[in-house]
Design a protein around this ligand. Structure first.
Ligand SMILES: [Zn+2]
Ligand SMILES: [Zn+2]
Length: 322
């Protein structure tokens, strides 16, 4: 039984990376089972490092993150190897003993080739966002946008925000090189993108940290399209002050920027009483179009960067102090 014995008591089946160098992974948590991909060898170096689920943050050894399809494939390859080895061993035992004498019994055994075990081939799935972790340089890809890095566990919210704000700055640059009407539209759009990027960032951060909140439900509902509203929500949910790390002037101009975005998005950019009340900017005239300058949006990008960095740090502090 040499062939079978030579297989030993473990068979290792290599799992190939896809055409882009990614290997599929699946979270072992039953209520998550999130699918993602990583490029092996691009992140943290070392043996036996754990893997973090980018969606739920679950942490376990890499050998717990095989996808169901990879396991089916490996099982089928192993089964084929085992049956092939058994077949060869049995083949050696083939015999054909002719009956001897008048009353002898003839024994023969013929091993016929059986049908080989079919291999369960699979293809890795297409995902939506590719990220290179700024912390550990792992290349990974996920559904959606936000994620924990599978290697170092760092959340990519600040990285995604920075990328979106970079695009805003590029849009503002384009605005300086184009005709007036289009330039105005580009500046308006960049203001909207700025606010959406911060809103997406803030909501994700609140979702990730909700379990550390004194009021998790409130944390989960926090919107960041209105800065004063976000400030009061964060205070109630986490006991932190969103405006604490910027100057009063910076805060005022950020609040005004966000309110201008509201006018652009919902009122065709025309000033209403609500705008004047919320910004305290009494020079504005109801019924007139609000003016937005590229420099104003650039300034807002900087303040948002500051707010975001500190918000992320403050929420981390809350978590550590629990
Ligand atoms: Zn998970
Ligand atoms: Zn990382």
């Amino acid at each position: 039984m040499d062939h079978f014995r030579r297989l030993g008591n473990s068979i290792s089946i290599p799992i190939q990376a896809d055409e882009n160098g990614f290997t599929g992974r699946e979270c072992p948590q039953p209520d998550c089972e999130g699918y993602f991909k990583i490029e092996l060898g691009t992140g943290l170096k070392g043996e036996g490092l754990p893997c973090h689920c980018p969606y739920c943050g679950h942490t376990a050894g890499h050998d717990h993150f095989w996808t169901k399809e990879q396991i089916e494939y490996a099982k089928s390859v192993a089964m084929r190897k085992i049956t092939a080895a058994l077949h060869k061993d049995l083949k050696k035992l083939e015999c054909d003993h002719k009956p001897k004498g008048a009353f002898g019994i003839g024994i023969s055994m013929k091993v016929k080739p059986g049908r080989a075990t079919p291999i369960h081939y699979y293809r890795e799935k297409q995902l939506e966002t590719e990220v290179v972790c700024v912390n550990c340089t792992l290349r990974y890809s996920v559904y959606g946008v936000f994620a924990f890095c599978p290697d170092c566990g760092a959340h990519n919210s600040l990285q995604i925000l920075a990328k979106n704000l970079e695009l805003v700055e590029k849009m503002l640059e384009m605005a300086t090189a184009t005709e007036k009407e289009l330039a105005e539209r580009l500046v308006e759009n960049s203001l909207e993108d700025c606010v959406s990027a911060f809103d997406g960032f803030g909501r994700e951060l609140c979702r990730v940290h909700a379990r550390n909140a004194t009021n998790p439900a409130k944390a989960g509902r926090t919107s960041f399209q209105n800065l004063e509203g976000a400030k009061s929500s964060l205070h109630d949910a986490f006991g932190i002050d969103l405006s604490a790390h910027v100057t009063a002037d910076e805060w005022q101009s950020a609040v005004r920027g966000f309110q201008k975005r509201h006018l652009v998005a919902h009122k065709m950019g025309v000033v209403d009483q609500d705008y004047i009340t919320k910004t305290g900017y009494f020079q504005a005239v109801v019924g007139r179009k609000i003016g937005i300058g590229a420099d104003e949006v650039r300034g807002l990008v900087q303040i948002i960067n500051k707010l975001a960095g500190h918000l992320s740090g403050d929420l981390e502090e809350v978590r550590k102090n629990l």
